[in-house]
Design a protein around this ligand. Sequence first.
Ligand code: ATR
Length: 292
Amino acid sequence: MMINGTSKVCGVMGCPVEHSISPMMHNYYSEQIGNDMIYVPFLVQKNAVGEAVKGAFALHVQGINVTVPHKQAVMEYLCELDEGARAIGAVNTLVRTPKGYKGYNTDGEGLLRAIKEAGMDISGRACILLGAGGAAKAAAYVLCREQASRVYILNRSPEKAQALAEEMNRLFGRSVCLGLSLSDWGSIREDHCLAVQTTSVGMYPGPAQAPVEEPAFYQKLDMAFDAIYTPMETRFLKLAKEAGAKTANGLGMLIYQGVAAYELWNPGVKLSDEVIAGARELMLRHLEGQAR
Ligand code: ATR
């Protein structure tokens, strides 16, 4: 890959950012399709988000992904917000405009495409969302928008689940979400559910735990999606699989939020399934290498 004076610069800002595999993915896309763009990591401390955005604009950076812990804090430094990002209340992608950066949230689209790719469906289905943090907001938005019949939001802190449920019910104008405590899963009467796991429980290097341990919970599920991809099979997915559910980890979501961002930064570019499959292969090899 040749970097020269015309190369478009994009990157990811977060803290920490060293573990990010987004540079691998985006630079692979540019290499494969012959696009003169490079993508680099930007380590940005919590108190430096505003300066970072201003500096990036001055340096003519074309696009930036925003990751933990800046997805909400970055919003006040943008000139415009996409409708979905506004509704979700978090931004993961900045796109340069003449006036400043416009904020988007491609996490929801990434999740939706990954769920569909895994052969899972949302429309008319009862869904169980575990977690009520940033990732859960994007998931709740997509589940409601895609016509889930009901979304049970389970969280360790039930007041956060209730607040998210109320926010979504207001946004969509129907009582579709219900906020509950994790331990209240037994009050869900429905079966054949799709579960979307967005808590950090079970993520490497933490212990191999699941937010709900009781095997009976998993009997309610036909499908289970975990936003975590390290490890590739969390205890949550293992328990769901043992109960006979179809499962998928978060690698697809990571890949497709990246595809959506890449296409926003490069108008007219549509990444092919073949190129996306190549990136997945590369990332899988990297993650498997790490796990060894
Ligand atoms: P993200 O942006 O990745 O969603 P976050 O906003 O910090 O991260 O949210 C983390 C989620 O994981 C929250 O739902 C959190 O529950 P609380 O709202 O009760 O804090 C959940 N979480 C983190 N550690 C947990 C644990 N040990 N048990 C259960 N839930 C946990």
